[in-house]
Ligand binder design. Structure first.
Ligand SMILES: [Zn+2]
Length: 308
């Protein structure tokens, strides 16, 4: 994936909330799921598991409660990530650029359909973080919290995707992961997640439909990525190669429930515990979005649809 060198970035869509180990703002970090975090390991979404046994919900910190270092970090991002050339050079700036492109697409798309898109920041954290959905550690993987409408990611996840899951990685893979999380933000804005009972799992459950739709939305963005303009009218992303797409499909295949259960969770595949969909389903729905470029094709809640 190549960015246009002279397109401008908007680093204000990313906040670096630093790290952690539970230090930020004090309080206990409660994480549901447990064990190897098999369920939540990637692209975690479901609020229900999030508050742990205590059901304790911690409010997000406002900027002025954060350690001094955070504002400095945000300033650092704003200073270092100004243009597409910076994104081509630096991994963090590439993430800023991808987030700008993803939100740029959805902003336009909502406007075309007469709706208003509300931008959501991505918060980079290290180790652990407090959110309106409760505390979380890096073990849950990247996630979207509907209660504060923020995307959260510990950037070490991208290393883990390669070392632990064996994915090939790359900047477009990272953009796919973020686009999936923004897919959940779109669902939140559209009220789609209210159709889902987070306690239900299994291959045709609402949870799986929600996840596959988020994969599809990620593909829809990717279809439009090289034409989404920044404020000055220039597309931010110059090129997505066939190799980029192949790597994204490789990643999608390694974060399917069956793959994770078989390779990382003891070897037995139990469909009744599916929360995100199988590898084949995830590849199918990302591809559906990518081929059509049409959010209406992401109709995973249609009772007649073949989920794959
Ligand atoms: Zn998800």
């Amino acid at each position: 994936m190549q960015f246009n060198d002279d397109a401008e970035l908007d680093a204000s869509q990313v906040e670096d909330v630093g790290g952690s180990g539970g230090g930020i703002g004090g309080g206990t970090i409660a994480v549901g799921g447990g064990g190897l975090a098999l369920v939540g390991i990637v692209l975690y979404f479901l609020l229900g598991n999030f508050t742990g046994g205590g059901g304790q919900v911690q409010l997000p910190l406002s900027l002025d409660q954060l350690p001094v270092g955070q504002q400095a970090d945000d300033q650092r991002l704003a200073q270092e990530c100004r243009t597409g050339a910076d994104a081509n050079r630096r991994d963090e700036c590439a993430l800023v650029a991808s987030i700008n492109s993803i939100q740029g697409y959805w902003g336009d798309q909502f406007q075309r359909s007469g709706q208003k898109y509300q931008a959501a920041p991505t918060k980079f954290f290290r180790g652990a973080v407090n959110t309106a959905c409760g505390g979380a550690t890096s073990d849950v993987g990247p996630f979207y919290c509907p209660a504060d409408a923020d995307v959260y990611i510990d950037l070490d996840f991208f290393k883990e995707l390669q070392t632990r899951f064996g994915a090939q990685g790359g900047r477009f893979v990272e953009a796919y992961v973020l686009a999936h999380e923004y897919g959940h933000h779109v669902q939140n804005l559209l009220g789609t997640n209210s159709k889902v009972d987070p306690r239900q799992t299994g291959p045709t459950s609402g949870a799986v439909r929600l996840e596959l739709q988020a994969d599809c939305y990620a593909g829809v963005w990717a279809n439009h990525a090289t034409t989404v303009p920044t404020r000055s009218g220039k597309p931010l992303i110059q090129e997505i190669s066939a190799d980029d797409v192949r790597r994204a499909l490789d990643a999608a295949g390694r974060i399917g429930d069956d793959y994770i259960q078989a390779r990382l969770g003891g070897g037995r595949v139990d469909e009744s515990k599916f929360t995100h969909g199988s590898s084949a389903q995830r590849e199918k729905w990302f591809t559906t979005g990518l081929r059509t470029g049409n959010p209406n094709a992401c109709n995973t809640f249609d009772p007649k649809v073949n989920l794959g």
